[in-house]
Design a protein around this ligand. Structure first.
Ligand code: GLC
Length: 578
């Protein structure tokens, strides 16, 4: 059972479920809410505190469900509102909270409001809920300006009457006009709809996009592209980083979220929220203010190369910024928009991950063993940090990206809109393998012998939940142990200092007595334990060995050192001399 706790989100481990790829109960090849519900005991046993459900709303799937037809309903292919209620009941009974995804920048073009806007014609109040503008040139044949969409191509779509509407993403995702009070009211009602049902918090999609200044035709603005980790909006940041960019991270957006906070605070306990805002670091904390969403995703670590100095810098910055507004940090290494971190760390330094995807994973060569070794070490490192950790489904299996999905099966709008020059994000959205063999590796029954829409590779079974369970060296057991120890040993309000030892070793020194040491190098380094300290969990199951008094920390490994009960004096980290 969950216990009342207004601050649960501050140090929660949140597991992101991408419902269509999680578990399927009907055999149509698409994951559903029944599948999520049936696997809640698995998530509870894994040891997570909360589940974040990516969109399950009715959708034509022009953008994986982030094109929402109705914010207060469930896609019939995924289930019904009863299933959401069932998930809430079961999750709460199992001690887990539930967060849902809210997509406020745009609806889908099938949303009742957008249909009404098209029917009502230019100048109507219905159109004023979206961003329609007269086209340029004769009869408005040209787009109002040269803005391009994040998925490629123009950000404007003509509707045949000389006007065009704005879509920062796919044409099927018309942007709302947030200066319209009706839009604000509608989303307040959406928040209440889910909060009334018992949802504990919200993940706010493209939070930095809502406020726009259409009078400012900054040339080329919004032509954001795939970032270094394969995400579509990771880089570059808004052209102007001072709140005056016409499309992103404008100062007015904060007034919108202050309104949201008032709604979230109508509940007891207040509902939590976390902003997805790809903005420069100094602007991010604004979204996380207690008077706004309370928390914001911090992506710099996700974008950091495998290097102690880069990690140290990103971690220090995150901790400082979150603390500056009374929030807590958010640690993320994978999500449904980026190349899985096992793969990122397995590619050679500086490799162009997007080009690697285009080569079907052939060039450069991915070193999967090394990638997994580093991924486990990085995960254990972020789990040692104060704040909350967001895990993405399948990372507990060490799943790498699937780079060779047949081009004919790709679903991400990025693929089509970039004219086949970028594959997009499907490689992280392949249905999970639950069993080693059998139909769809246990993802769901096979109704017609066909593959799932994004086909699972033949090697998926070897990484399945079944294959890894009870193997003490497996990644899933490593996650279970790490989450268990985190619960058992870590205090919520713990502070930490980040200490670098030489070029390769990073220490997280927590005020609750736990130390975490990560060796980013290849060469083992000696660990000298402080009096009263013992080796606890290691991301390398073979070393260092608990109980060893002169242990070594292997390369690309994280180890946690615990107080054995006698009281620790922190005098030593890893040997800087190596
Ligand atoms: C967010 C989502 C991403 C989606 C985009 C447009 O960045 O995480 O998956 O494509 O918003 O809604």
């Amino acid at each position: 059972m969950i216990t009342p706790d207004a601050d649960w989100w501050r140090d929660a481990v949140v597991y992101q479920v991408y419902p269509r790829a999680f578990a399927d109960t009907t055999g149509d090849g698409v994951g559903d809410l029944g599948g999520v519900r049936s696997r809640l005991p698995y998530l509870a046993a894994l040891g997570v505190d909360a589940v974040w459900l990516s969109p399950f709303y009715p959708s034509a799937l022009a953008d994986g469900g982030y094109d929402v037809d109705d914010y207060c309903a469930v896609d019939p292919a995924l289930g019904s509102l009863d299933d959401v209620d069932g998930i809430l009941r079961d999750a709460h009974a199992l001690g887990m909270r539930v967060i849902v995804d809210i997509v406020p920048n745009h609806s889908s073009d099938r949303h009742a409001w957008f249909r009404a806007a098209l029917a009502a014609g230019p100048g109507s109040p219905e159109r004023a809920r979206y961003v329609f503008r007269q086209g340029r040139g004769e009869a408005g044949a040209l787009p109002p300006n040269g803005w391009t969409s994040l998925f490629g191509g123009s950000a404007w779509h003509p509707v045949g009457d000389g006007t065009w509407y704005l879509h920062l993403f796919a044409p099927e995702q018309p942007d709302f006009d947030w200066s319209n009070p009706e839009v604000r009211e509608m989303f307040h009602d959406v928040l209440r709809f889910w909060a009334d049902r018992g949802v504990d918090g919200f993940r706010v999609d493209v939070a930095h996009g809502l406020a726009k200044d259409l009078s400012d035709p900054l040339p080329g603005s919004s032509s954001l592209s795939m970032g270094p980790v394969g995400s579509m909006d990771a880089a570059p940041p808004p052209r102007r980083a001072d709140g005056t960019d016409p499309l992103f991270d404008r100062d007015e957006v904060h007034e919108i979220f202050a309104g949201w906070r008032r709604v979230l605070d109508e509940y007891d306990p207040p509902r939590s929220a976390v902003a997805e805002a790809w903005v420069p670091a100094h602007r991010r904390a604004l979204y996380a203010r207690p008077t706004e969403l309370g928390q914001a995703f911090e992506f710099p670590l996700l974008e950091s190369p495998w290097c102690a100095a880069a990690f140290a810098e990103a971690i220090r910055e995150n901790l400082t910024l979150a603390a500056s507004v009374g929030s807590s940090s958010t640690w993320v290494l994978s999500n449904h928009d980026v190349i899985r971190h096992t793969t990122r760390y397995g590619l050679p330094p500086g490799a162009d991950a997007v080009a690697w995807l285009m080569s079907d994973g052939g060039d450069p060569r991915e070193d999967r063993d090394r990638g997994l070794r580093r991924a486990r070490a990085a995960t254990q490192l972020i789990l040692a940090l104060p704040g909350s950790t967001y895990l993405y489904q399948g990372e507990e299996l060490g799943l790498p990206e699937v780079p060779d999905i047949p081009r004919s099966a790709l679903q991400d709008p990025i693929w089509v809109r970039s004219s086949g020059s970028r594959k997009g994000r499907d490689g992280s959205r392949v249905p999970l393998p639950w069993t080693s063999t059998g139909p769809r590796f246990g993802f769901g029954p096979e109704r017609d012998g066909s593959a799932t829409p994004l086909p699972q590779p033949s090697w998926f079974g070897t990484l399945s939940v079944e294959a890894q369970t009870d193997d003490p060296t497996s990644t899933i057991e490593f996650y279970r142990s790490a989450l268990t120890e985190r619960r058992r040993r870590f205090e919520r309000a713990a502070m930490c200092s980040i200490v670098e030892h030489g070029e390769d070793v990073l220490e997280v020194r927590r005020s609750d007595g736990v130390r975490s040491l990560t060796n980013f190098g290849d060469v083992p380094v000696p660990l000298r334990l402080a009096p009263g300290e013992v080796v606890g969990l290691s991301s390398d199951p073979s070393a260092p060995i608990p109980g060893d008094r002169a242990p070594m920390l292997p390369g690309e490994t994280t180890a946690w050192l615990f107080d054995n009960g006698a009281g620790v004096t922190h005098t030593y980290a890893a040997d800087p001399q190596k």
